[in-house]
Write a protein that binds this ligand. Structure first.
Ligand code: 5GP
Length: 322
């Protein structure tokens, strides 16, 4: 018709299949999509059923999808049913996901010359995000840099202040954490560790690509308009392949040196479980995924992704675009 199409684009934070939706007025008119898909919302005229097409299928006919309001209601309803049903209390961070798991408005973020978005590698411990980060820095240390972390632990022989860590007192670090100067921090064997916001900023301002590989709990603190990070989930392959690629004598020597002792079956299982949980909680925040089965292949994909981040306009939360 003559009606003007809306320009709204959203990233779906949930999977949708109209075939199994008992509420949709007409299943044939529905549009199926998956979490992470970019959707062009053609019409929001109806408060329950929006019309949309997948951004990757620009010429396709628009289909019906649940509106944000409808999907939010559904989530609240399902949660209530579940709570009545099993009475099982949920982990606190489950709510992080459910509160926002509908649609996120996105727009194309254009690369700015000389100012690169930080690239954040998230993954279960042991899957290889630190090794991938180290390889990228080794490939071009002028361009790719990681901030030197802060710690309150004493310096070890052979370490240089400002090289492995910036060594500070516990009082100073606690005060700085309190003042919001750290983008992430944690405690390990009685000592504090963390990355300061200032050190990330100075890498960005120096015209370098800042690489971070924090604990996944840092995602929410990092995902700000100031940093505009690009998030990559480094995932393990399924058990047999994970075990094979990490136990193979040739593969072992090329993996993280801290892995040289090898992993137990239980540790492999934990990596997979942890990765599934990261995906459940934060899957909708990831811009890309890299399957780290073969390290060489995974690294090639990382190089490719980082090149695109540096040069191409990419979908990002619309609030980050001006
Ligand atoms: P180490 O004291 O042996 O150098 O490091 C021990 C552990 O401290 C690391 O395995 C890691 O878990 C943690 N760590 C090191 N740097 C950081 C950091 O920047 N942030 C956080 N949260 N933990 C870190």
């Amino acid at each position: 018709g003559a009606q003007r199409e809306s320009k709204v684009r959203v990233r779906a934070h949930f999977d949708y299949n109209p075939e199994v939706d008992p509420y949709i007025p007409c299943k044939e008119a529905g549009l199926a999509f998956q979490r992470g898909d970019i959707l062009h919302i053609v019409s929001q005229d109806d408060s329950y059923w929006w019309q949309a097409r997948r951004e990757s299928e620009r010429t396709a006919r628009a289909g019906l999808i649940p509106s944000r309001a409808l999907q939010e209601r559904r989530i609240i309803h399902e949660r209530t049913q579940r709570e009545i049903g099993d009475g099982e209390s949920k982990k606190n961070d489950d709510f992080d996901r459910e509160l926002i798991a509908t649609y996120e408005e996105v727009a194309k973020l254009y690369p700015r010359p000389g100012i690169y978005r930080p690239v954040v590698l998230i993954g279960a411990p042991g899957v290889g995000r630190n090794e991938l980060r180290r390889r990228l820095i080794a490939r071009d240390p002028e361009k790719y840099r990681s901030p030197v972390p802060y710690t309150t632990r004493p310096m070890r022989t052979g370490e240089v202040a400002g090289r492995e860590y910036i060594f500070v007192s516990r009082e100073k670090m606690e005060a700085d954490i309190e003042a919001g100067k750290f983008i992430e921090h944690g405690e390990y064997k009685g000592h504090l560790y963390g990355t300061s916001a200032e050190s990330v900023k100075s890498i960005v301002n120096a015209g370098c690509v800042c690489l971070l590989s924090p604990h996944y709990q840092a995602i929410k603190a990092l995902r700000t308009v100031q940093l505009k990070p690009f998030l990559i989930h480094i995932k393990p392959p399924e058990f047999d392949e994970l075990k094979k690629t990490r136990t193979d004598s040739r593969a072992k020597s090329t993996f993280d040196e801290s892995n040289a002792r090898g992993f137990t079956d239980e540790e492999f299982t934990d990596m997979i479980k942890s990765s599934v949980r990261i995906d459940f909680l934060y899957g909708h925040f990831f811009d890309e995924e890299i399957l780290n089965a073969d390290l060489v292949t995974a690294f090639e994909k990382l190089v490719n992704i980082v090149q695109r981040v540096e040069t191409e306009p990419l979908w990002a939360p619309s609030s980050w675009v001006q």
